[in-house]
Design a protein around this ligand. Structure first.
Ligand SMILES: [Zn+2]
Length: 273
């Protein structure tokens, strides 16, 4: 089934979301697709008897690599090129309710329809005014709310930069227990259908994450503070990414300090396990 979702949606993240809706594990998925992809998505939803709604707006995206969070809304009939947003649900009109809630900018209701936990919906609404001016990825406020150095891999939303994620909302903190439960439920559904894909997802999400101008993931790491790893995933080729690639080792001092060889770095670092 996941293969079929992948053929319809073209990325693993979107395929997983569509799959979760199909399985009844997730109430509604909101997915950005290109206008060109719409007929294929429509055919998929008809075949699998999923409700499909299309937002009346489209978004012209600011792309930085594969993943974009910032965009400008225009009317769907506009000749400007943009991404469409579609809402998928397994009947019961949830897709339509999600569309209406987003149109009304009723974000708390919208998040509830999408199955996001209450703590994270409150967090989203509270931080929206600043986030929509800044990066719109909610990483900084999530970090500010996070405690400790180690976090459940279900809450690793940084995998999305490499087309791998379980959660589609920003957790209120990387410790968020409600998000962890949801991520775990999604992971179990995935594992039941495609154990191989589930393993790949787990491999990416169980990683060390470094947050700078670039996002770096160090999957398949070994160790607790003095850590070794086989390879580096990065959104940009930076000096740090290069050094990590060469050293294949990092020494984590605390949540904001680590060493690569003799060089000390001060930037957020998280251990997802
Ligand atoms: Zn939360």
């Amino acid at each position: 089934m996941l293969d079929e979702c992948f053929s319809a949606f073209g990325t693993m993240t979107k395929a997983i979301e569509a799959f979760l809706v199909f399985k009844g594990a997730k109430p509604v998925a909101r997915l950005g697709i290109s206008e060109k992809e719409l007929p294929r998505v429509k055919r998929f939803c008809e075949k699998h008897k999923l409700d499909l709604e299309i937002a009346d707006f489209k978004v012209t995206m600011d792309f930085d690599g594969e993943y974009s969070t910032k965009g400008y809304m225009v009317d769907r009939s506009s000749s400007m090129k943009g991404h469409l947003f579609v809402y998928l649900s397994k009947g019961k009109g949830d897709a339509e309710r999600a569309k209406v809630a987003e149109q009304l900018q009723a974000y708390n209701v919208f998040g509830k329809i999408l199955g996001y936990p209450e703590c994270c919906r409150k967090f989203f609404v509270k931080n929206k005014p600043t986030e929509q001016i800044l990066s719109n990825d909610y990483i900084i406020p999530s970090l500010q709310n996070s405690r400790g150095l180690e976090f459940p891999f279900y809450n690793n939303i940084f995998g999305r930069y490499f087309d791998t994620t379980l959660l589609s909302h920003a957790p209120c903190s990387f410790n968020c227990n409600a998000s962890k439960k949801i991520g775990k439920r999604y992971f179990t559904a995935l594992k039941g259908d495609s154990p191989g894909i589930a393993r790949q997802v787990e491999d990416v999400l169980r990683s060390i994450v470094i947050i700078g101008d670039e996002i770096i993931l160090l999957p398949k790491y070994k160790g607790r503070r003095k850590i070794t790893f086989p390879h580096v995933l990065t959104t940009k080729k930076t000096t740090l990414a290069n050094q990590l690639q060469k050293a294949k080792a990092i020494n984590i001092i605390d949540g904001r300090t680590f060493m690569v060889g003799d060089i000390k770095y001060s930037m957020p670092v998280l251990i997802f396990n």
